[in-house]
Design a binder for this molecule. Sequence first.
Ligand SMILES: [Zn+2]
Length: 117
Amino acid sequence: MDIKTTLDNIKAIKEIADSTQNIELKTLIVDLKEEILNLRQENLDLKQQLSEKIKHKMVFENKVYWDLKEDGTKDGPFCPVCWDKEHLQIRIGDEYNAYPSGVYRHCYNCKNNIRIR
Ligand SMILES: [Zn+2]
């Protein structure tokens, strides 16, 4: 059953509930509709994330991600936090030395400083 059919069914059920004047039933149906809309949004978000994941062959190397192209070349590096959390391919800044704590790269999207070594 697709989402439109489900929403149509909910609408039909709500019309029946409206005619019964049962407040509890009406409230439950409104909650149910809201839940379906939330699930639809979540589903869309997951589909988007999945297609990003399939589109890019990301390899984790030296604490950052690289996009492995079909010709064998690598594009990048990309922020590991942005990719792991949201599958966003965000280019990460150049290495900088924060002596004595280590060498870092900064992400201008999530604002994290990624320790490279
Ligand atoms: Zn980031």
